[in-house]
Design a protein around this ligand. Structure first.
Ligand SMILES: [Zn+2]
Ligand SMILES: [Zn+2]
Ligand SMILES: [Zn+2]
Length: 149
């Protein structure tokens, strides 16, 4: 965790930003909840536990900055709420999501899996793929197992 914070700090520095205590508290919350897909309000409530003086606007600006710097990705699962998702270190493209329509669970696929599709898009549409968002909506294995066909 400390090493990752150190690397994020360097990433900010390279763009002439400082990792202020408020920004660091926000980054720590994101790292501690890496598996989750937190909204700005979720992040705010968790950061507030560590840094009670922090305001929602500061957390919000920090999240926007982190998404500009590609430390986090902003994602929307169709419920109108922006969520912030830490980007996997070294990953060229954003990971995929499996959203369960029964229980609301969000699982992740870290492998890109889209190499062939990207190639087709680049060749057929002469479009240079830089990134993508892929969300599957369906029934997760846990819900599936609990429900006999
Ligand atoms: Zn994710
Ligand atoms: Zn890809
Ligand atoms: Zn489910």
């Amino acid at each position: 965790m400390e090493k990752r914070i150190e690397r994020i700090k360097k990433q900010l520095h390279s763009q002439s930003y400082k990792l202020t205590p408020q920004r660091e508290a926000t980054v720590r919350v994101l790292l501690e909840h890496e598996e989750d897909h937190l909204s700005a309000e979720d992040v705010y409530l968790l950061v507030k536990e560590k840094a009670p003086e922090i305001g929602l606007a500061t957390v919000y600006r920090t999240l926007e900055l982190l998404s500009e710097l590609k430390v986090v990705d902003k994602i929307n699962f169709g419920d109108g709420v922006s969520r912030y998702d830490l980007r996997q270190e070294g990953a060229a493209h954003f990971h995929h999501h499996l959203v369960c329509i029964e229980c609301g669970a969000v699982d992740e696929i870290q492998e890109d899996l889209l190499g062939d599709v990207e190639k087709i898009v680049e060749e057929h549409w002469k479009f240079q793929v830089k990134d993508h968002r892929l969300t599957f909506h369906g029934i997760c294995s846990r819900c599936h197992e609990n429900k006999p066909e």
